[in-house]
Write a protein that binds this ligand. Structure first.
Ligand code: PMP
Length: 434
């Protein structure tokens, strides 16, 4: 660990909060400093000190095809050879990438590429306000939609420091009670049809959009109760509000068409990022022809210097091709299930209060004595100290998870059976040690 320690000291001089994007190096469960990565390949990472890790962090999700997928990296290199970097001008590869996304995602008839999930969400919310002529947006507690002020509410930092003063703060309240009302944003508890219907009855005519993760993966993994997404669909339609699925995490994850294909509910607008470029930085806002109409007519400007650049479009196009391989999702869902079931069995054998929930290739292990159904459960019942010990013991045994309990484990589409076997062997020891 000598080289990682040296780099950590060096990083601390010039990078506030330490190196790394949001899996930052200060304050999280890394102890006493994180491994600095030298190489990624497939499901594996190697650090500068020569330690190898099976990677379930996957860069917070984007490496859906593992590290350095040969088809995608080749396509990006070839596209640069052909087009140069070509920012800001039209070229055929952009159409090709868009056609493949439209083909994959049920709720997307048209799509525009951009740089990050946060930008895509900001565009979706503003576009919904412009389309409906209304201001009010409904979002849900425990969901994360990026760092833009329009929907900012973070689980990740002290809420007192989290945003501008005009943003509503979630106020603890009983089940079914809206957390707080304001003119521009309402935060409701999720999987709670009664509060949603009641607020829509009171203020549905003012609502521009309802934005939701279609399955919540920013408070661990919380799946929609049967019928809940359909209820959001039906009631938004009844009141003329747009339904936005933020599929930044769920997109391409357990079906090629994302959560909307998997659950069979189609939103008006969809935001995509993480999986979209197979690890390359790209995001997208897509929707039905109606929902995208103002952009098509030039009445709403979706702008951005780097939007739809060559690297993005080449990465999207190649990733969509790889994801079309028959049987891919079934195989990987089975692999994810085997890991989740294995962790359930190991914790049960040891009498550890633990709870594994997820879907296919995204899941989470909570150290808690009851199912975590919402953000308040997570704060109240999850054992953070146990999680940190487990995370550190797994890291020592060559398995990399996210250092925070409410973040996800991602199984890429190139993880193998032997990765799972090794992980479960490590987990057996790590649980005993923790
Ligand atoms: N929406 C969701 C559901 C997310 O999980 C995230 C990032 N974790 C974002 C939006 C923001 O995306 P980005 O970090 O690319 O800005």
């Amino acid at each position: 660990a000598a080289l990682s320690r040296k780099l950590f000291t060096r990083a601390s001089q010039v990078i506030p909060g330490g190196a790394g994007s949001s899996a930052r190096t200060v304050g999280f469960g890394w102890h006493p400093y994180p491994p600095f990565i030298a190489e990624g390949r497939g499901s594996r990472l190697r650090d500068v000190d020569g330690n190898e890790y099976i990677d379930y962090l996957l860069g917070l999700g984007p490496m859906i095809l593992g590290h350095r997928h040969p088809v995608v990296t080749r396509a990006v290199a070839d596209a640069i050879d052909e087009y140069g970097t070509c920012f800001g001008l039209p070229y055929e590869l952009e159409i090709e990438a868009a056609e493949k996304v439209v083909d994959a995602v049920p709720g997307i008839d048209q799509v525009r590429f951009t740089n990050s999930g946060s930008e895509a969400v900001g565009t979706a919310v503003r576009l919904a306000r412009a389309t409906t002529g209304r201001r009010l947006v409904i979002r849900f507690e425990g969901h994360y939609h990026g760092w833009q002020d329009v929907v900012y509410w973070s689980n990740h930092v002290d809420p007192e420091l989290a945003g501008p003063a005009d943003q509503p703060r979630p106020v603890p309240s009983g089940p079914g009670v809206p957390l707080e009302l304001s003119d521009t944003l309402i935060v409701l508890s999720w999987n709670d049809p009664e509060s949603f219907v009641r607020v829509m009855r009171e203020r549905g005519d003012e609502v521009a959009a309802v934005i939701t993760e279609a399955a919540v993966f920013n408070t661990g993994c919380i799946l929609p109760e049967p019928g809940y997404l359909q209820l959001l669909r039906d009631v938004t339609r009844e009141y003329g509000a747009l339904l936005i699925f933020d599929e930044v995490i769920t997109g391409f994850r357990f079906a090629r068409g994302g959560a909307q294909e998997y659950f069979g509910v189609t939103p008006d607008l969809t935001t995509l990022a993480k999986g979209l470029g197979g690890g390359f930085p790209v995001a997208a806002i897509g929707g039905t022809l109606d929902a995208m109409r103002l952009i098509a007519e030039g009445r709403y400007s979706h702008s951005g210097t780097y939007n739809a650049n060559v690297i993005q479009c080449a990465a999207v196009s190649a990733t969509m091709d790889v994801l079309a391989e028959p049987g891919l999702y079934e195989r990987q869902r089975a692999l994810g299930d085997r890991l989740a079931d294995g962790l359930r069995a190991l914790t049960a054998e040891r009498g550890i209060d633990a709870y594994v929930e997820g879907l296919g290739t995204v899941f989470q292990l909570w150290f808690a004595n009851r199912p975590i159904k919402n953000w308040r459960d997570a704060s109240a019942y999850a054992d953070e100290a146990m999680f940190t010990r487990w995370f550190q013991e797994m890291l020592l045994r060559g398995v990399l998870f996210h250092p925070l309990q409410f973040e996800n484990l991602f199984v890429s589409l190139v993880h193998t059976d032997s990765d799972i076997d090794e992980t479960l062997t490590a987990a057996a020891d790590a649980l005993t040690a923790a």
